[in-house]
Design a protein around this ligand. Structure first.
Ligand SMILES: NC(=O)c1ccc[n+]([C@@H]2O[C@H](COP(=O)([O-])OP(=O)(O)OC[C@H]3O[C@@H](n4cnc5c(N)ncnc54)[C@H](OP(=O)(O)O)[C@@H]3O)[C@@H](O)[C@H]2O)c1
Length: 251
């Protein structure tokens, strides 16, 4: 039980990668605070965790709304008394456009969801994470942070900035007992990428660039998140762990 006695906040826990992380962390002994906008979906995830003997608390919140971060941390502390792990996983992208055509509102929407919300939660949770004595922050970035992201420019910029903020924070935190790392997934089969599995030849085109030739599974990202969240990565901070079937090694 790698997270026995620890409390973890996981944003975007209603489905996809966040749900897998929540279920794995709970199975490894963590009390999990599940965050997303949809209470019903979160209750379903929490029900499964409780049925398996775990502890879960549901927090319906839009992470882009002012004061959401303070409420999430306050509710988690009230439910479980501590915060040891923060997984900033809520994110995504709802439009595709070249940067030349992006409206300011579209740019800001992507930055607010994929960057600002993570920074706000980190700021709100840092006192509790420090008090825990073994705080760990996992920021879910993307391979779009590592190179050009055509038609996903704002999303890629937000995810790249998240990697940069991860590195800076690691240095600024210095010897404080809070580590911060980025998790960098490649193409993972979730609702977010569903549209790529139905277009004419789209899926073949996506997978042709992945050396392992297949979609990643949310569970495979959850295993990497567990490694970063717990003590097995105790000498890692400011790093990016890439889990992408080899995609980022392709020229
Ligand atoms: N799938 C991939 O190929 C891939 C690759 C690289 C990186 N990532 C990153 O991995 C993370 C998870 O992606 P995914 O594929 O699991 O996506 P997903 O299946 O679309 O799930 C996204 C999760 O985020 C929540 N969410 C979205 N907007 C929110 C908001 N404003 N406030 C609170 N919660 C919000 C959603 O719940 P509600 O709708 O209920 O709010 C849902 O639980 C994202 O940060 C994504 O950018 C994904």
């Amino acid at each position: 039980m790698e997270l026995e006695g620890r409390t973890a906040i996981i944003t975007g826990a209603s489905r996809g990668i966040g749900r897998s992380i929540a279920e794995l962390f709970a199975a490894e002994g963590a009390s999990v605070a599940l965050v997303s906008r949809s209470a019903d979906s979160l209750e379903e995830v929490a029900g499964g965790i409780r049925a398996a003997g775990g502890a879960a608390h549901v927090i319906a919140a839009d992470v882009t709304v002012p004061d959401a971060a303070e409420r999430i941390v306050a509710e988690t502390t009230a439910a479980f008394s501590s915060v040891d792990v923060l997984v900033n996983n809520a994110g995504g992208n709802s439009f595709m456009a070249p940067i030349s055509d992006l409206r300011p509102s579209g740019w800001h929407k992507a930055i607010a969801l994929n960057l600002d919300s993570a920074v706000q939660l980190i700021q709100a949770a840092l006192p509790a994470l420090t008090a825990s004595g073994h705080g760990s922050i996992v920021n879910v970035s993307s391979v779009t942070a590592l190179r050009a992201a055509p038609l996903l420019g704002a999303y890629g910029a937000a995810k790249a900035a998240l990697v940069s903020a991860t590195q800076t924070l690691a240095v600024e935190l210095g010897t404080q007992p809070v580590r911060v790392n980025a998790l960098v997934p490649g193409w993972i089969a979730t609702d977010l990428t569903e549209f790529l599995r139905h277009g004419d030849g789209l899926e073949e085109s996506v997978l042709s660039r992945v050396p392992m030739g297949r979609w990643g599974r949310p569970e495979e990202i959850a295993q990497a998140a567990l490694f970063l969240a717990g003590d097995r990565s105790s000498f890692m901070t400011g790093q990016s762990l890439v889990v992408d079937g080899g995609l980022s090694t392709n020229p």
